[in-house]
Design a protein around this ligand. Structure first.
Ligand SMILES: [Zn+2]
Length: 194
């Protein structure tokens, strides 16, 4: 079941809503809910009923927690791709993420996307990125950059051949994933792709 609250329906365009619904359908299609439940059982269930031992086990499970959250952030990028396939254009992906970052307060044309993307340059060179290691979702700017890579990939145009122009240079899937890895991994310190 996918729930859209009224403020989202009022403030998002039909294309943006398609990207949101497509994203959630991506989670359903890939059974991410089941993996997320298993992950939370592994993380939060470990030693939950053993007072005193709980803290030690929580510390021991830290590498597992980091690995699962890394997977979770990659899963979000996968589902952003599903959202992009459903709405069929990158502008709505960017404006959706921009609106989510501002809590829906700013509309698409009020966001300076170039300034927003510059946040990545600050993020990747700052120790702040280490705090992202336990985040379930990538920072919004990382998601926008990964979506921009996807829109230049062969995978996107395999689903949308009607949008393909003859002179386009498109990345194969392997190159797409390599380019997105820099945005998904918070430990890497690579600049934005050209
Ligand atoms: Zn998601």
């Amino acid at each position: 079941m996918i729930v859209l609250n009224s403020s989202m329906v009022e403030r998002f365009t039909p294309q943006e809503l398609k990207s949101v619904i497509g994203h959630e359908c991506g989670h359903i299609h890939n059974n991410h809910g089941i993996y997320n439940i298993l992950a939370s059982l592994l993380i939060d269930g470990v030693g939950a009923s053993i007072p005193g031992v709980r803290e030690v086990l929580a510390l021991a499970s830290l590498p597992l927690r980091i690995a699962i959250q890394t997977w979770s952030r990659a899963a979000e990028v996968t589902c952003d791709r599903a959202g992009a396939l459903c709405c069929g254009e990158v502008e709505s992906i960017i404006s959706t993420q921009s609106k989510l970052l501002s809590g829906g307060l700013l509309s698409g044309h009020q966001v300076n996307v170039d300034a927003l993307l510059e946040q990545y340059d600050s993020l990747r060179t700052s120790p702040v990125r280490i705090t992202e290691m336990l985040s379930t979702h990538p920072a919004g700017v990382r998601r926008i950059l990964a979506a921009k890579e996807f829109i230049n990939s062969q995978v996107f145009y395999d689903w949308h051949p009607e949008l393909k122009a003859p002179d386009m240079h498109l990345y194969p899937k392997e190159e797409l994933d390599a380019r997105c890895a820099r945005y998904i991994s918070v430990t890497k310190n690579e600049g934005r792709g050209k």
